[in-house]
Design a protein around this ligand. Structure first.
Ligand code: PMV
Length: 327
């Protein structure tokens, strides 16, 4: 059934320090604003792609059948059309972290798939072209083509040819930087980011103000990363993320990804900070919280979290996990 050709590619998840939330063009996945992320080495997707001599694509994600996934099939159709390819594919993809729990699995997934397709057909696409290709699967995927700190410039052109990501600092730039992913809940998100960002754009009265403020945070964020200033990086990222969630809450109907444990964690982080520990939160389209800090503070932060009673509830402790990510 399968031809000889087979390729494997791997791409890291990324967490945005300045968020992308909203598209100016839905079909081309063009964002309303620029965004900036950090790629995480420990959280990645490995994707195998084979040519499949059947009528339709076969898609497995973590051994589950995703062959009906509209988003993945649409992406494959876009790729086939762009490169005048007729082939169907057998895709076998594995994440080292929960799918669709606000941990950017679609970002690493579409980035790994773009890289694997590029290898399979020996297209020799540049990183820029791979970033543009991955963007058509999920906006944030355009950032997962790179490691280190990554900037996705929103671009101005209607055809999206100037909307792609670039590495701004290498992985080795800031060895002490840590991102702790707290898996508070591993179930599927209540509303997809695609739907939620559309609803926010269409109905949140505070969305436009956030766009202006968030775009203006890019330059100070780059400066803060350059200077390895955790307090500036953390404060800017935390404000940006919490404001994004405020925009969602102000939408109609209101959107909230937070669980009680999400709020408890935010409060705990504030109290850690008041005792002099550099620790900041960022939250994506899900209840899980990511903490930004430096290596020497990881143990003390994890100890404080594990002591918190809400994480000790029966049944919760077993599923509670913190993944400490180096870049
Ligand atoms: O690329 P999407 O459609 O999964 O959207 C990602 C949105 C956020 O994760 C919330 C923010 C971001 O910039 O990654």
């Amino acid at each position: 059934m399968f031809m000889e050709k087979k390729t494997t590619a791997r791409a890291c998840a990324n967490i945005a320090l300045i968020k992308y939330w909203g598209k100016r063009d839905e079909e081309l996945f063009l964002p309303t604003k620029s965004s900036l992320s950090v790629s995480l080495n420990e959280l990645y997707t490995t994707t195998n792609v084979n040519i499949h001599k059947g009528d339709s694509d076969i898609i497995l994600v973590n051994n589950q059948n995703f062959s009906e996934s509209k988003n993945i099939v649409q992406f494959l159709d876009f790729f086939r059309k762009q490169h005048s390819i007729q082939d169907k594919y057998f895709i076998d993809s594995h994440n080292t972290f929960p799918t669709a729990a606000g941990l950017a699995s679609s970002a690493s997934g579409f980035a790994a798939l773009s890289m694997a397709l590029n290898q399979l057909h020996q297209l020799n696409l540049s990183k820029k072209d791979l970033s543009i290709l991955a963007r058509h699967g999920s906006g944030s995927a355009c950032r997962s083509i790179y490691d280190g700190f990554v900037l996705w410039n929103k671009g101005k052109k209607k055809d999206g040819s100037d909307s792609y990501a670039e590495q701004i600092f290498e992985q080795s730039h800031w060895p002490e930087f840590r991102l702790i992913v707290l898996l508070l809940n591993e179930s599927e998100k209540s509303i997809s980011s695609r739907k939620a960002m559309k609803l926010t754009m269409e109905s949140s009265p505070i969305y436009q103000d956030w766009i202006t403020r968030s775009e203006a945070r890019i330059a100070p964020m780059i400066e803060a990363i350059k200077n390895k200033n955790i307090d500036s990086v953390g404060a800017i990222a935390e404000t940006d993320a919490l404001e994004m969630h405020e925009c969602m809450r102000a939408a109609s109907p209101s959107i909230s990804y937070f669980l009680p444990e999400t709020i408890t964690t935010i409060n705990l982080v504030k109290s850690l900070r008041s005792s002099g520990i550099p620790c900041y939160v960022t939250i994506d389209a899900g209840p899980n919280v990511k903490l930004m800090t430096l290596d020497p503070f990881v143990d003390i932060i994890m100890a404080a979290i594990e002591k918190k009673t809400c994480f000790m509830k029966e049944g919760f402790k077993a599923s509670f996990r913190g993944i400490i990510c180096r870049m």
